[in-house]
Design a protein around this ligand. Structure first.
Ligand code: FAD
Length: 256
């Protein structure tokens, strides 16, 4: 069944109705983002729809065994005909199987899942992403940009090193073409910032949010990253900045 569009009028006015679906599909492209981060694209029926920010179950078949993980969509529904997932590779069997994928290989996907999606009724948005937690954020930004949604969006995006920043070109391109978009890159405190680094240094915290998002009390926050990072961010938003629970959406990327 998947998702379908219901209602009359333009694409923007239709309602997305999603029912979970399990299909076998195949790899169309493998994209090496960094030494440890890989994107894989799967063929997707043209009439299927998902919501930016959602995730799917991915099962890989390797050496007679099956390995499954949940991964977020890193593409937007406006980028049609394929699903893209982006994973940080570890020593796990799933990661090993993923790094061996080639065009034409069969994968099983269960989709779409999740409620970490844009609140399109709101005008001002703020995103706090750590590392691989950028995947659903990239999906949401690309959706809002391509759909020309009248939104003001700020992204604080933290990574261990400049080499690990994925989708930087995409975000910089969107920011350069939309005056309501702002991108702040930060290298977290486990590394010393390189001398030529133009962004922020340190973890995203309440002080950085106050400086970079002075109107934080008017925004809806989307927080995504490793479990500990999400908990720390949400605690800072609530206890130090007084952001209400109803203005915080979160997705924890388990396994790191
Ligand atoms: C809603 C949601 C969305 C998500 N979206 C994403 C996403 O977009 N991208 C993404 O990368 N992840 C995402 N995740 C996390 C993902 O599901 C995995 O948990 C994560 O990628 C880690 O999986 P893994 O197979 O690499 O490690 P796991 O098997 O979960 O292992 C965890 C750790 O143990 C180590 N380990 C495991 N097996 C071995 C072994 N045999 N030998 C040595 N060490 C081992 C690994 O190195 C790893 O560090 C998401 C999770 C959720 C719940």
């Amino acid at each position: 069944m998947g998702c379908r569009l219901e209602g009359a009028g333009s694409f923007k006015l239709k309602k997305v109705v999603c029912l979970m679906k399990i299909i076998d599909t195949h790899v169309t492209e493998v994209i090496r983002r960094t030494e440890h981060i890989l994107s894989v694209r799967f063929a997707m029926p043209e009439d299927d729809v998902f919501q930016a920010g959602q995730f799917l179950g991915v099962t890989l078949f390797s050496g007679g065994a099956e390995f499954s993980r949940y991964l977020s969509y890193s593409n937007s529904p406006t980028e049609k005909g394929y699903i893209e997932v982006t994973k940080r590779l570890t020593e796990s069997d799933f990661s090993q199987a993923m790094s061996k994928l080639r065009a034409g290989d069969v994968v099983r996907i269960k989709y779409p899942m999740g409620k970490f999606t844009l609140n399109e009724g709101r005008a001002k948005h703020a995103f706090l992403a750590g590392g691989i937690g950028i995947t659903p954020v990239r999906s949401m930004w690309k959706w809002a940009f391509d759909q020309r949604l009248a939104m003001n969006m700020v992204l604080l995006y933290s990574n261990r090193s400049a080499e690990e920043i994925i989708f930087r070109d995409d975000f910089e391109d969107m920011v350069s073409r939309h005056k309501g978009y702002k991108l702040v890159l930060s290298l977290d405190s486990r590394v010393q910032c390189p001398l030529d680094w133009q962004g922020r240094c340190g973890y995203i915290d309440a002080a950085m949010i106050r400086q970079e998002i002075p109107d934080y009390d008017q925004r809806i926050f989307y927080v995504c990253g490793p479990i500990v990072m999400v908990k720390t961010m949400v605690d800072a938003l609530k206890s130090e900045l007084g952001v209400l629970e109803e203005n915080i959406q979160r997705e924890s990327i388990s396994g790191y």
